[in-house]
Design a protein around this ligand. Structure first.
Ligand SMILES: [Zn+2]
Length: 484
């Protein structure tokens, strides 16, 4: 609290309430004192005071996106989840040659379902089975066919840029190696699969500028095998994945008894990327950019385009890669060097995850469909679609953003490479106080590739984003210092 007195802290709490009642724009840090007349001696956390640029407003969905969001259907999501549950278990090691039980039956149904969802695209959306044989390994008791289903719709203007929405269709019960007991996996992760399928259905009738992939993967519960194979297949083919959204346990609005929040979704975003070189890591630490990894910028981007009245959801960005003791398929993409985040419901109920279906002392255990809130899942689907569609329609990330650090100056010279693609109208500099979670200010700079901002790089975090002729904005890229 910047060393302010206990009295001041108490006053700050009061002014915080007052600030919220005043309806501060959500992208702004709430001032500690808010310059309220009843606490005139407290510091103003909105420092540094500046009139550089204007207050940043979230990007409202356009008419086409609003229409697409309205097409997400909770009844279809329910039907998908109930169909998946009907296979009894979808454990990765379960039988693969039945049409009614096991992961093979689920795989075959997903493949044919995706193929029919792709039909309205007239060949623009293709569906493939991405398979390999996983030898014996941790949690893989015998050589196992692991198959991902991948629906890809080619971008019409910048097909080389790729965006991925994923859920895992394998399931588990209490013992991770028990591949015969029922493991309904309605929420974990029938919900994520349903979102990937429902969004594929809607996007198949549209023309995204960039390529979008809707995928359901296997082997997650055994150790992220399917997504790992997928992410490194793309990496080894130099596929330019610019954003990956993992949906895992996104179906319940009720957590433990008494915990109910139907209008918030958590977004887990890692800090400094593990894949960065030692020198980049050191530089990131030196300039205080620990909170500006590509995943965090993707999280900020999501809050700016997908937390609004068109999705009906708030996004709670969590500053960690995943929950304690847990992991997910986004981590495969992170390991391959791609920006990736995970969506998970706000309050989990662990009696409904990784549990054999049973009743103990009147408590129902198991990941059953009755615990899924289909309207909530549909709203999470809207958050996904608003985020990924907005990114796919916008220009790509701005590359090689730098700040001149060769002279001591209170001005900041920023420069970057032009986006080598069609449809770029210009660029905007974003900035925020170093302790603010979200970007607060925007400064349009036209179709330039450098600008001197009369604001000290020592006091704020800068970012640069590209603006499309269609009005869509890219996520922001922070500058690293380079002698000019
Ligand atoms: Zn899961």
């Amino acid at each position: 609290m910047r060393g302010i007195s206990a009295l001041c802290i108490a006053a700050s709490a009061a002014s915080l309430v007052a600030a919220q009642q005043l309806n501060y724009p959500r992208a702004l840090p709430i001032p500690i004192a808010a310059n309220a007349s009843d606490v005139p001696s407290c510091a103003d956390a909105a420092w540094p005071p500046s009139n550089i640029g204007s207050l940043l407003k979230p990007q409202a969905p356009d008419a086409e996106l609003r229409e697409m969001l309205s097409e997400i259907d909770p009844a279809r999501i329910q039907a998908i989840i109930e169909k998946l549950v009907s296979y009894g278990t979808r454990h990765t090691l379960s039988q693969q040659n039945s049409t009614t039980r096991g992961i093979g039956a689920a795989r075959d149904w997903l493949l044919s379902e995706f193929q029919s969802l792709a039909e309205p695209s007239n060949g623009r959306m293709t569906v493939e089975l991405q398979s390999y044989i996983q030898p014996v390994a941790s949690r893989i008791l015998f050589p196992t066919n692991i198959s991902n289903i991948v629906a890809t719709i080619q971008g019409c203007e910048t097909p080389e840029r790729v965006y991925v929405i994923s859920g895992h269709y394998d399931s588990r019960c209490t013992d991770v190696n028990d591949y015969t007991s029922d493991a309904p996996g309605a929420d974990d992760d029938g919900s994520g699969v349903a979102i990937a399928m429902e969004l594929a259905r809607i996007v198949a009738t549209r023309n995204p500028r960039s390529t979008m992939i809707f995928t359901t993967v296997a082997g997650e519960e055994q150790g992220l095998y399917g997504s790992n194979f997928q992410a490194f297949t793309y990496k080894n083919s130099s596929v330019d994945v610019q954003g990956m959204l993992d949906n895992d346990i996104v179906g319940a609005s009720h957590g433990d008894p008494g915990k109910f929040d139907p209008y918030t979704i958590r977004l887990f975003a890692e800090g400094p990327p593990a894949t960065e070189s030692a020198s980049t890591k050191a530089e990131r630490l030196a300039i205080g950019a620990e909170n500006d990894s590509p995943a965090r910028e993707l999280g900020r981007f999501a809050t700016s385009v997908a937390a609004n009245n068109a999705t009906g959801m708030n996004i709670a960005v969590i500053y960690r890669a995943d929950r304690y003791l847990r992991g997910g398929d986004h981590e495969s993409y992170l390991a391959a060097g791609y920006p990736a985040v995970r969506f998970t419901e706000p309050n989990e109920n662990f009696a409904h995850q990784h549990q054999n279906v049973r009743v103990i002392d009147g408590v129902q255990y198991g990941d059953l469909a009755e615990f899924v809130d289909y309207d909530f899942t549909a709203r999470v689907g809207k958050v996904n679609l608003a985020t990924m569609w907005s990114q796919a329609q916008a220009p790509g990330w701005v590359r090689n953003v730098s700040v001149n650090a060769s002279v001591l100056s209170n001005d900041s010279l920023l420069y970057w490479l032009p986006n080598n693609e069609t449809g770029v109208a210009g660029y905007e500099v974003l900035w925020r106080p170093t302790d603010a979670p979200l970007w607060t200010h925007v400064l349009p700079v036209g179709n330039a590739t450098n600008v001197t901002v009369p604001l000290s790089k020592d006091n704020v975090i800068f970012g640069v984003r590209a603006v499309g002729v269609n009005g869509y904005r890219s996520p922001a890229t922070i500058p690293f210092p380079v002698p000019y």
